[in-house]
Design a protein around this ligand. Structure first.
Ligand SMILES: [Zn+2]
Length: 150
């Protein structure tokens, strides 16, 4: 299941990406007509808070009423019956939604703080923006937060 998140629910999009769901986030003002086109072309479920979506001949959307991102997330998980898999957490770039690739730390020595290099074994890179990721303590905090919400 792939998602398309409009401008108003960017934070929900980030949470979905962190949990490993393929989610495209729209960061500029985009009309519903354009959003529907992207949804159809890329077979993504449109997630939106815009009630005008009901006026279109289109039904591959989920209308959110909740305002808070984590409440929206809970609703999506429950109503769309999504399975959370911790092994999928942090496998995508939170900026580009691309799947991360593992990278040999010897190739990125100049890009990582020394302390991190000494204490971390696995590093990942986004093939699109080249951002480098590694498992930090805030990853565990995020996992805890997700568990508490569900
Ligand atoms: Zn990226």
């Amino acid at each position: 299941m792939k998602f398309l998140c409009d401008l108003m629910i960017q934070k929900l999009g980030k949470i979905l990406i962190l949990c490993g769901f393929d989610s495209k986030i729209i960061t500029t003002h985009t009309s519903l007509k354009e959003l529907i086109e992207i949804s159809l072309n890329e077979k993504r479920i449109l997630l939106t808070r815009n009630t005008k979506i009901r006026n279109y001949k289109f039904n591959n959307y989920f209308l959110l009423i909740e305002q808070k991102p984590y409440n929206q997330f809970k609703t999506i998980i429950e109503k769309l019956n999504l399975k959370l898999d911790e092994n999928k957490f942090f496998t995508r770039c939170s900026k580009c939604n691309k799947e991360l690739k593992e990278i040999d730390k010897n190739l990125i020595l100049d890009k990582i703080p020394l302390f991190t290099l000494q204490h971390t074994k696995e590093f990942y890179i986004c093939p699109s923006c080249n951002k480098i990721y590694w498992k930090q303590s805030h990853f565990d905090l995020f996992k805890e937060k997700i568990k508490n919400y569900l």
